[in-house]
Design a protein around this ligand. Structure first.
Ligand SMILES: [Mg+2]
Length: 301
């Protein structure tokens, strides 16, 4: 089953990063994360996922319930998450949310239409839409405009939208082709450069396009996140090493490792994800069942 490769890879990466979110790289160099841990930043039990996974599961559930992408329903499910703790596996319920996502959901709650709720300032380019976009890669004949629109629900700036399209394109390449990771990234970058030709926004992606990924910053800016993810994938050769590398860059550890883990899961496969890490994820059976239903939907669509 392909859906669980990426989605469980994503969730395990999220849970690995949660205990050390905001911890700096210099501290993680001295005491690196090597296993699934508990407590830390949010004092959560081992295997707790965060907003990244909650919003990903909300997106999948909405697409299943509506038999396709319904922007209003996706926003309604996001509200279910923040108002009713749906899609969390923490005993505390929802315990974190990004500023831009929060503001966009508030706009929607206050009456803005779904596609007009997202924030579009240059400062609204955190990784908050990139971290929930993976389910779209599994939908046959998904188009760039739809990926952009799903980003726009919360993150409507062009940079965030391009990042989502690039990520989905890399995932699709991994699902369809038998290439190396470097080849997948290169192919997807070529497509994005062609599609957005002439857009000044492309200049922000130049380190990814040129594989110039030495000065990494783990903070939650969408471009920094993308650079950390690609670097982690290109410099390792297993699921485990890729996600641990992403976590140990520090900063927005859960999101960096989740986004990395989604691609690493697709590339290396479900069986490459350490089973003892999967077993630590509370409510994993519900997620596996959701993945199965989502795969059936994607196969039929
Ligand atoms: Mg998070």
């Amino acid at each position: 089953m392909k859906v669980k490769d990426g989605i469980i890879g994503f969730i395990v990466g999220d849970a690995l990063g949660v205990p050390v979110e905001f911890v700096s790289r210099s501290i993680l160099e001295k005491t690196p994360v090597v296993d699934m841990n508990e407590y830390g930043t949010y004092h959560q039990p081992k295997g707790t996922w965060s907003d990244d996974t909650s919003m990903t599961l909300a997106t999948m559930t909405s697409i299943l319930n509506k038999n396709g992408i319904d922007y209003i329903d996706i926003m309604d499910e996001f509200l279910e998450w923040i108002q009713k703790d749906k899609y969390t596996n923490s005993p505390d319920g929802m315990f974190d949310i990004g500023f831009t996502t929060h503001d966009a959901l508030l706009n929607y709650h206050n009456g803005a239409s779904a596609l007009k709720s997202g924030c579009e300032g240059e400062r609204d380019n955190g990784n908050g839409s990139l971290m929930r976009i993976l389910p779209l890669a599994y939908i046959n004949s998904i188009d760039y405009e739809t990926v952009e629109n799903v980003s726009s629900l919360t993150h409507a700036h062009k940079r965030s939208k391009i990042a989502c399209v690039l990520y989905v394109e890399i995932a699709i390449s991994m699902l369809e082709n038998d290439f190396t990771i470097a080849e997948h990234v290169k192919l997807a970058c070529c497509k994005i450069k062609e599609y957005y030709k002439g857009s000044e926004e492309l200049t922000h992606f130049h380190k990814i396009f040129d594989n110039d990924l030495k000065d990494l910053n783990g903070k939650g800016y969408v471009i920094y996140t993308f650079e950390c993810v690609i670097h982690s994938l290109l410099t390792t050769d297993s699921y485990r090493d890729a996600v641990l590398k992403a976590v140990n860059i520090g900063g927005d550890t859960d999101t960096n490792a989740a986004i990395c883990g989604g691609l690493a899961g697709i590339y290396y496969g479900y069986d490459s994800i350490p089973i003892d890490w999967i077993d630590e994820i509370n409510r994993i059976n519900e997620v596996l069942s959701l993945c199965e239903r989502y795969e059936a939907f994607c196969d039929e669509s």
